[in-house]
Write a protein that binds this ligand. Structure first.
Ligand code: HOZ
Length: 425
């Protein structure tokens, strides 16, 4: 038995399913997870000493690669001065200033500890500001594991093939309305059926938790217009797209200004961080300024802020960082699709910039949750194992993204394409 298998055996005795987050259990690809010992750049090594080119990147935040020297130096320096104070610090001011300067729609921002917490808090702010209760989300979009959002959710729920979670009281989801991604009529119908009751429409501007599903032309603008027409707020969940598609995330990439934005792990450089922010008049409703309560001892944690600031500054200050990364994404995903086509493997390859995904459909386009679910997950599992055997570490689920980072060299991308060339489906 290898070290990973032995660790998994031990883990299952004391951790539910042997993991601290379901998708990483590798359940849908029919094998034991690899336990990761360390990572540098675009490489990971598991506990058995096997080396991989990593396309998960901690589910997005490692956009500069693992163990980036500037981020590590910032963490080490901050840690020497103490790990947590539960008090105001200079670094969180700098973090807020940095985020607000990079993302123009964010006039004020509050730090939290995860994307889940950011969404939970943004929804509360939206409800507190509008005095309305209902929220529209989209099937296949994942907004963390807060009760109200576990309805037709993407990511781990799609991977497990379940529409929602046990343990969520009906009362917690009675105000959650679900529309179809890329279908404005489904949104308009819900707004018309619930006049004056919808506090917010929350959307992943690029669906990245049902595989990758880009917004159809006009979809995001249509949401903006529909919200404006009825006084609902538009919330962009940019936990995955924020600071990835561009310095101002998907909102800059597509030129749409949401009222509120949620961010996640990428602003912590890999440390546990989230944030939510947006229009000043909404954020001024947050305690202690206003009546919308939200708090946290570890929010704005000094070590996490140091890591995140080091990463954000590099992203901000590196000329053409996003042009280069997005171009690499365009070239790589196009080549990957071509490779599978040449091999006669039916598929649909979706990508936006450095985010991409291969759906094993009969070739039909994937534009929403229903389309994503038509993918052949058994073929995905074969693809995953094929690539893993050749040292390519992809997300162990059809319903997640492939993440490129600045650390992926041309040679590594080529090696990945060579591995894909041997896949016959
Ligand atoms: N829900 C995460 C991906 N969208 C996976 C989290 C994890 O396993 O770390």
């Amino acid at each position: 038995m290898g070290a990973s298998e032995e660790l998994f055996r031990r883990a299952q005795a004391h951790i539910p399913g042997g993991v601290n987050s379901p998708v990483r259990a590798f359940g849908s690809v029919g094998m034991a997870p690899r336990f990761i010992a360390r990572g540098v750049g675009d490489r990971l090594w598991d506990e058995d000493g096997r080396e991989y080119i990593d396309y998960v990147g901690s589910w997005g935040p490692m956009i500069l690669g693992h163990a980036h020297p500037a981020v590590l130096a910032a963490v080490e320096a901050a840690a020497r001065h103490g790990l947590s104070f539960g008090a105001a610090t200079a670094r969180e001011v700098e973090m807020a200033e940095t985020i607000c300067a990079m993302v123009p729609s964010v006039e004020m921002v509050r730090m939290v500890n995860s994307g889940t917490e950011a969404v939970m808090s943004a929804l509360r702010a939206a409800r507190g500001y509008t005095g309305r209760d209902k929220i529209i989300k989209f099937a296949g979009c994942y907004h963390g594991h807060t009760d109200a959002m576990l309805v037709l959710s993407g990511s781990g729920l799609m991977t497990q093939g379940i529409p929602g979670s046990a343990g969520v009281p009906a009362g917690c989801t009675q105000d959650t309305l679900t529309a179809r991604y890329n279908d404005l009529d489904s949104v308009r119908a819900l707004l018309a059926a619930n006049p004056g009751q919808v506090a917010a429409v929350i959307v992943e501007p690029v669906g990245a938790n049902m595989g990758v599903v880009p917004p159809a032309p006009g979809f995001l603008q249509g949401l903006r217009d529909a919200c404006d027409a009825c006084g609902a707020l538009l919330i962009f969940d940019e936990v995955i797209t924020g600071f990835r598609l561009g310095p101002d995330g998907a909102q800059g990439y597509y030129g749409i200004r949401p009222d509120l934005t949620t961010f996640g792990k990428i602003i912590g450089g890999g440390m546990p961080v989230g944030a939510y922010g947006g229009r000043r008049e909404i954020m001024e409703r947050i305690a202690p300024l206003g009546p919308v309560y939200q708090a946290g001892t570890l929010s704005g944690n000094p070590v996490a802020m140091a890591a995140g600031l080091a990463q954000l500054k590099l992203l901000r200050d590196t000329p053409e960082f996003y042009e280069t990364l997005n171009r690499a994404g365009d070239e790589f995903f196009t080549a990957l699709g071509d490779t599978l086509t040449k091999n006669g493997v039916p598929h649909c390859l979706n990508h936006t910039g450095s985010l991409g995904c291969v759906f094993f459909t009969d070739g039909a386009a994937v534009r929403d949750y229903d389309g994503a679910q038509k993918s052949d997950t058994a073929r995905f599992a074969a693809w995953f194992r094929h690539m893993l055997d050749r040292g390519i570490y992809l997300a162990p689920s059809q319903f997640e993204a492939i993440f490129l980072s600045a650390a992926h060299s041309a040679a590594d991308l080529e090696r990945t394409l060579d591995a894909a060339k041997e896949f016959r489906g």
